[in-house]
Design a protein around this ligand. Sequence first.
Ligand SMILES: C[S@@+](CC[C@H](N)C(=O)[O-])C[C@H]1O[C@@H](n2cnc3c(N)ncnc32)[C@H](O)[C@@H]1O
Length: 326
Amino acid sequence: MSVKSTTQGKQVTLHNGDPMLPLSGVCIAANQVTTHIINADCAIALKALPAMSVDLVMTSPPYADQRKHTYGGIPADQYVAWFLPIADELYRVLKPKGSFILNIKERVVNGERHTYVMDLIIAMRKRGWLWTEDYIWHKCNAYPGKWPNRFRDAWERCVHFTKAREFAMHQEAVMVPMGDWQYARLNSLRKADHVRQESRTNSGFGKNTENWIGRKMAYPTNVLHLATECRNKGHSAVFPESLPEWFIRLFTKVGDTVLDPFMGSGTTLRVAHRLGLHSIGIELLAAYCDAAAAQIEKKCICKAKESSTSRSFPSSKNRVCRSKNP
Ligand SMILES: C[S@@+](CC[C@H](N)C(=O)[O-])C[C@H]1O[C@@H](n2cnc3c(N)ncnc32)[C@H](O)[C@@H]1O
């Protein structure tokens, strides 16, 4: 069953009964999964969300003013001052064990990479965020090109912020096949491979190669080899579904809530809906909100029906490049 309602001027509640302030947007409820799409500036709309109500923030904001001709943007020099109040609100709405994934990249200004991403990370740490990890999204189908002073850009950051050192993380949900290396390496074990070897640099890391015999799956690295979205989604800067899907599988479970404050075409919300999670998307431009709502209505409700009784995520059907892990 699907219920779509506009939320203009009404008191809206989240799936768990927490109240949100009245906001303009739509709410789609299907098979116990609620998708809220809010047409607003996230700096304002985030204030309407209850504290500690979100398990994962997954988002890709404007990369400064790189796309000022399509959906606007912020000059690189003003980026940190613009983003910090938003980051403060994200901190407030995130649960204590939640994660914030910021997909971003330093744009080139006057012939060199601007430092706004690094400046932002440093500023956010001063506001209480932990810079827990940097995942690299390797865009393995990057379009060929020629530039006079650098090569084609084939990677972006996915900066992982948390509020605490202990946070929800389901590592088994993103395991990858062991790969061919096991045949060569594990079939010719040396004497030293049968006992734990401590790092020679005293880093505290060690390994026992023998432990991996007979295993089919390994933990992935922090480099994600994912193809970019090539189909036209009516938006100039979509990320592929496989990107939010990987982080949703890693940091949430069925029934959790995902927030994308720079929703764009609604990629994060579509994936959340398909995987059985509640989601909230905030987007400045009304046309993107309408398109995202229509897509979720059209494509996701049947899949949600299939998965609504399952306690685990439906399996992935996304295009993922061949991984070089481990
Ligand atoms: C990089 S795009 C996000 C694309 C999205 N990940 C997708 O897959 O479609 C950034 C989006 O943020 C929106 N935006 C910019 N400033 C905003 C603000 N202050 N509040 C909400 N949305 C904003 C833009 O209109 C744009 O659609």
